[in-house]
Ligand binder design. Sequence first.
Ligand SMILES: Nc1ncnc2c1ncn2[C@@H]1O[C@H](COP(=O)(O)OP(=O)(O)OP(=O)(O)O)[C@@H](O)[C@H]1O
Ligand SMILES: [Ca+2]
Ligand SMILES: [Ca+2]
Ligand SMILES: [Ca+2]
Length: 595
Amino acid sequence: MGQCYGKVNQSKLNGEEEANTTTYVVSGDGNQIQPLTPVNYGRAKNTPARSSNPSPWPSPFPHGSASPLPSGVSPSPARTSTPRRFFRRPFPPPSPAKHIKASLIKRLGVKPKEGPIPEERGTEPEQSLDKSFGYGKNFGAKYELGKEVGRGHFGHTCSGRGKKGDIKDHPIAVKIISKAKMTTAIAIEDVRREVKLLKSLSGHKYLIKYYDACEDANNVYIVMELCDGGELLDRILARGGKYPEDDAKAIVVQILTVVSFCHLQGVVHRDLKPENFLFTSSREDSDLKLIDFGLSDFIRPDERLNYIVGSAYYVAPEVLHRSYSLEADIWSIGVITYILLCGSRPFWARTESGIFRTVLRTEPNYDDVPWPSCSSEGKDFVKRLLNKDYRKRMSAVQALTHPWLRDDSRVIPLDILIYKLVKAYLHATPLRRAALKALAKALTENELVYLRAQFMLLGPNKDGSVSLENFKTALMQNATDAMRESRVTEILHTMESLAYRKMYFEEFCAAAISIHQLEAVDAWEEIATAGFQHFETEGNRVITIEELARELNVGASAYGHLRDWVRSSDGKLSYLGFTKFLHGVTLRAAHARPR
Ligand SMILES: Nc1ncnc2c1ncn2[C@@H]1O[C@H](COP(=O)(O)OP(=O)(O)OP(=O)(O)O)[C@@H](O)[C@H]1O
Ligand SMILES: [Ca+2]
Ligand SMILES: [Ca+2]
Ligand SMILES: [Ca+2]
């Protein structure tokens, strides 16, 4: 293995234009053409190390900061935009993405060098690793292998055929993962999880179908449906990098549909990129299938993950800050959509740490060609996925109802986000609920489309109300083995108070809106102003600073801060107080009330 480059790599060479002065090398594991810069996992033999800043101009960023961020990323204040005047082509067109070094080191047990990964240097003695998976041992008897169709860091994929049973003469794809490369317990666990995830999620229209898993002394074989249409990346390259807006929409809808399914099941993919979406056939209108759950994980609705994994160009800022959830996938979809619409990457630099810095600090360029000719809805859509504050990002389901993609005939999936928001509402104070109710009365059609669709999915009772039972049933109707594994349904226990009462649509709207998301909407000022007017007539009341501090769970040191929020004329919340109260406080630790 490692010698065969295949047609996939060749086509990437043709489409690749990483940077003007870059030399290309073919990495020894044969994965793909890589530019010979520090972004590589190592250096070609006998090549002197370059400085970590290979650009011909001085870097505006300090290097090597001591922070919890990955090496080279420093948490200094935001820059307004990428320094594009330095580039002839500000952001080169898409090319194969590389996994984040830190995550590869963790998984492969060694710092990957140029060339094949040394197999003998694990972090644990090889003998102590249990490499038996309990999969069938009869791969050769059941399947026949054909030619290689693709290759990644973790395995290579061949086409093949079933030899007997239901699958006789049926085309298949087989991802072959070498046991010799599994040098750490994490790497072994990853393969186990990849198979488990694929098996439990299999069946969705836009997700690769799982057939079987086998093993022998040397390899694990994941047998799945064969996709003949190639990677989305290759199609983007074949089109010169850019998709017409309507074609881009068709792609993005499929991506969001399958990702919303994964998210409802409590699965975060963590490696969404154009290489991991395959077309079923070479037809222009062929369906897409999501593949490669190698970095994916089960996640509970309230859980935060902290491993840095993914591919540099597509990684969300909060992943680099080591506290993230499902929204990280949405960011990656934002990156993919940005590429589809303009043919360039939103965040680009020559080095991995340089990419991380742009992800954390710079706003993507929406000024250059072809952005001026892009629809305003398209631009708004991308911006609402590429928001650095994950709380402000749309969920996959919300994105499906965004004006750019809206299509009344489309079936909207259930969104786990409404469970999280309704749960928070049920635990909120009466004043907060009153403020949310007032705000909900000011929502515009854009927000209501999504809320109505979600409410209908809860199957309202004859009188138009829902209660805990409706939330339970709606979730169970969508349950797969993956949802059981990720323990998504545990969120229902925290919604118990809804068992004894009814919630009508009006209150549901108050419960299922996210202030942070609304703040990112163009119409936020108008919505907040109108919401405050409703609050004045039916919710605002006299409140002391002490009471307000208690509402916000902050201590006496915050009193000074809160004084502006209350009107001196009547002792009730001012407009400022109303919006700040809804936003919630993230005062410095010194202000936090001891619990
Ligand atoms: N079912 C399939 N049908 C056709 N080709 C496939 C299939 N599954 C995978 N491939 C090809 O093999 C390539 C590698 O597969 P996959 O992404 O699962 O491997 P990997 O080693 O986990 O990759 P990565 O380096 O991105 O982690 C894919 O990009 C694709 O080109
Ligand atoms: Ca690949
Ligand atoms: Ca892959
Ligand atoms: Ca993978």
